[in-house]
Design a protein around this ligand. Structure first.
Ligand code: ADP
Ligand code: MG
Length: 729
């Protein structure tokens, strides 16, 4: 083992878990104590200001300047109790992660004396000079300025000594530069469309909210080992590394006992989450070694997403305190499981009905069936949009690998629900139901809850699975902002529900009563979306063939997947539901393509450097050592005897020499491919060129290096290997 690795591990061995004490025995004593929630608003705001915030949250009523001043002042008074010195507008630009720019409360009064103030104006809107964030051309063509504006629906919170105010981030022209703005629009769209459909069943329903429960997967790597791997530090994933003799074959890590140093990290992370009102609930070891998962109780999508963004940030910081680095990359290690972020999604009415949960009455179940069937059609029609929403350089290594959903979209319903839908189609074959047939049908529909509660079938290979009271979208990547997937799903659903309602209305105008019209349209939808339903093994080769026969799309190239944002169906959803305007949509595509290009470009450069500066020189040293050995053998034993000896070393020298030459050649060719791509002046061609002509080299070069790793003396190998990265805890 190299000296560097020896010291890294020695240092590690001297570490012990740092357990932080809980502030109190009772969770409720400190849960949310860093959040300006309703309880604190009531305490710190005058009555009228409190009412103004609640109205803004619930009804979208604007907050006037006077109220804003009162709210800001109350917020500051509360923050002061936590010794806060700075405030920031916290937003989600189109990069990975969140952005903040801290200002302190300091102001000078007329006499030049220092005072601490936080005005309503500063709370409501700011103009950070954030001109370096990706905008996809929006800010070049118009104004350079970007504005942040307070998102009243997500409460302010305190991290360290800073008051963070969740905001949207828009350009001077009001166009979105972030994830939150279109997410709020998609949520409003699905609210409107779903409420209209619900009202056909129950006039008391006035709002429909979307819920999200994410499951965050991640790897932990010892910080010393991480720092000794430039590829991990610079790209978030290992660009080389032979698989460890032991990795996940034994499944002994999955749900195993969590190692003490990891438990200490999790404990501190959970503690901070609770103080910030993030309701994390479940933690466990995942399938791959050193892979873990954390999941909260689901919340309203916007809040849940803010919480996920905040969590990813907290994880990174807290992990450092425990001498770990968190890897949120979708595929940090080749050959073992990658990390996803399942998005559990449901729609819920203001009267407390979960629209994806079967009810106890036939009427309730008609509502349930209506929404489930519309989900089928939504996914069927928007396969490409959903895939585009989760496509990224990182996720492309994970999708379709044997542990993650394929790039083909399909829905798993479970055999009972599928059967139920088939039954509806059969029975409704005859559009004119007799009273008895209708009774039978209702009886069948009434049975749904028992069926679903009784059946525990789960299918972990499905990218979009019904799991009893929600749908679980499993294709999202671990590092992604959930908003991207949630925009696609909720906007797609809004669009689908509009079409559904229009169709039902059409049949009612043609003289059918509402019930018949509903049955008719549902039946048509079940038949039309049949091809998206798949109950079998989504990881299998047969499914790929079958899916192709069914006409389902399967796109592997990231740029191609991203370009589907621009196909007619995606445009109908995103522009039709007014989530984006034309300019915003184009800019989004440009930003996503650029992100892909840049990531591959960085990976390619890092791999080139490491191959030439780290690996080849070591290979040459080892090759020389072997040659010297052969040379001495010849001297000592004489030609004839020598010819019979050392054949293994001679072969090895040839092999190493071949790999050295190949690496040099491939790196040179890869650099040329990069140059050619860089010279293309449009972002689309550039991304396609990187995908087609640069990406393949990453694999070829890596393959040579991974072989050398097995061949060269471990003592001089310059990088920590998979066995150290994955099995050091
Ligand atoms: P599993 O790994 O079996 O899928 P987990 O318990 O890890 O289950 O995660 C399930 C996630 O789904 C949690 O975040 C949970 O809060 C969320 N969830 C449960 N019910 C709903 C629902 N009705 N709507 C949205 N999310 C839900
Ligand atoms: Mg799950």
């Amino acid at each position: 083992m190299s000296k560097m690795r020896f010291f890294a591990l020695q240092e590690l061995a001297s570490r012990y878990p740092v357990n932080v004490p809980y502030p109190s025995e009772r969770l409720s004593d400190y849960y949310g104590d860093h959040v300006f929630n309703r309880k604190k608003m009531q305490e710190y705001l005058p009555q009228e200001a409190y009412k103004a915030v609640i109205d803004a949250m619930e009804k979208g009523t604007p907050i006037n300047a006077e109220m804003a001043d009162m709210i800001a002042n109350g917020m500051k008074s509360w923050a002061k109790t936590l010794h806060v010195t700075h405030y920031t507008h916290w937003f989600q630009p189109l990069t990975d992660g969140t952005a903040e720019k801290h200002d302190n409360f300091i102001e000078l009064d007329k006499n030049g004396d220092v005072i601490e103030r936080f005005s309503g104006k500063l709370l409501v809107q700011q103009e950070p000079d954030a001109s370096s964030f990706p905008s996809g051309g929006i800010r070049n063509t118009f104004e350079a300025r970007g504005y942040t504006a307070w998102d009243v629906s997500s409460p302010a919170f305190v991290v360290d000594k800073t008051l963070c105010i969740p905001t949207i981030f828009i350009s001077y022209t009001g166009e979105a530069l972030d994830y939150k703005t279109p997410l709020l629009k998609a949520l409003a769209a699905v609210d409107k469309a779903a409420t209209a459909v619900c009202q056909m069943f129950d006039k008391n329903i006035k709002r429909v909210g979307a819920n999200l429960g994410w499951e965050q997967e991640f790897f932990l790597v010892d910080i010393a080992l991480y720092n000794a791997r430039p590829d991990l530090c610079l790209t978030g994933r290992t660009l080389m590394g032979h698989s460890s003799a032991k990795d996940q074959q034994l499944d002994d890590h999955y749900f195993g006992s969590i190692p003490p140093r990891v438990t200490a990290f999790m404990k501190e992370l959970e503690l901070e989450c609770y103080r910030l009102g993030i309701p994390v609930k479940t933690r466990h070891n995942e399938v791959a070694p050193n892979q873990f998962e954390l999941a909260p109780i689901y919340e309203d999508v916007n809040l849940a997403n803010d919480h996920n963004q905040l969590l990813m940030d907290l994880m990174k910081r807290i992990a450092n305190r425990h001498n770990f680095t968190v890897l949120l990359h979708e595929k940090p290690f080749k050959g073992i499981n990658g990390s996803g972020k399942h998005n559990n999604w449901s729609l819920c009415t203001d009267t407390g009905i979960n629209l994806f949960a079967p009810a106890n009455t036939p009427e309730g179940n008609m509502l349930f069936l209506t929404f489930v069937v519309n989900v089928l059609m939504m996914v069927y029609k928007n396969q490409d949009l959903l895939r585009a929403s989760i496509s990224s350089a990182g996720n492309s290594h994970r999708l379709g690998a044997n542990e993650a959903p394929p790039a083909i979209l399909s829905i798993f319903l479970g055999k009972h629900l599928s059967h139920m839908l088939d039954e509806i189609v059969d029975r409704l074959d005859n559009a004119e139901l007799t009273a008895e047939e209708k009774r039978q049908l209702q009886l069948g529909i009434g049975r749904i809850p028992d069926i679903i509660q009784d059946s525990t079938d789960r299918n972990r290979t499905s990218p979009f699975a019904f799991t009893g009271n929600r749908f679980e979208f499993r294709a999202a990547g671990a590092s992604a902002n959930c908003a991207a997937a949630m925009i696609a799903i909720n906007a797609g659903m809004a669009h689908q529900l509009h079409e559904f309602k229009t169709e039902v209305d059409h049949w009612m105008r043609r003289g059918l009563d509402q019930e018949r019209a509903l049955y008719k349209v549902l039946r048509n939808l079940i038949i039309a979306s049949k091809n998206i339903c798949f109950e079998g093994d989504g990881y299998s080769e047969e499914w790929k063939k079958e899916a192709e026969k069914r006409g389902l799309t399967n796109v592997h190239s990231v740029p191609e997947a991203i370009m589907k944002f621009n196909d007619p169906q995606s445009r109908a959803v995103l522009l039709g539901e007014k989530i984006f305007n034309e300019n915003e949509l184009n800019s989004r595509i440009e930003v996503e393509l650029e992100k892909f290009t840049k990531k591959v470009q960085i990976e390619s450069r890092v791999l080139g450097d490491l191959a030439i500066n780290h690996i080849v020189p070591i290979a040459v040293i080892y090759e020389n050592r072997l040659m010297k050995n052969l040379h001495y053998m010849k001297e000592l034993f004489g030609e004839e005897e020598y010819q019979k000896m050392g054949t293994d070393r001679k072969e090895l020298v040839r092999e190493i020499q071949h790999r050295i030459l190949s690496i040099k050649k491939e790196v040179k060719d890869m650099t040329e491919a990069r140059k050619t791509a860089n010279h293309l002046d449009n972002d689309i061609d550039k991304a396609f060129s990187y995908s087609k002509h640069v990406c393949p080299y990453l694999e070829v070069i890596r393959d040579h290096i991974d072989h050398l790793e097995l061949e060269i003396d471990d003592e001089i190998w310059p990088l920590p290997k998979y066995r150290e990265l994955l099995f050091t805890q």
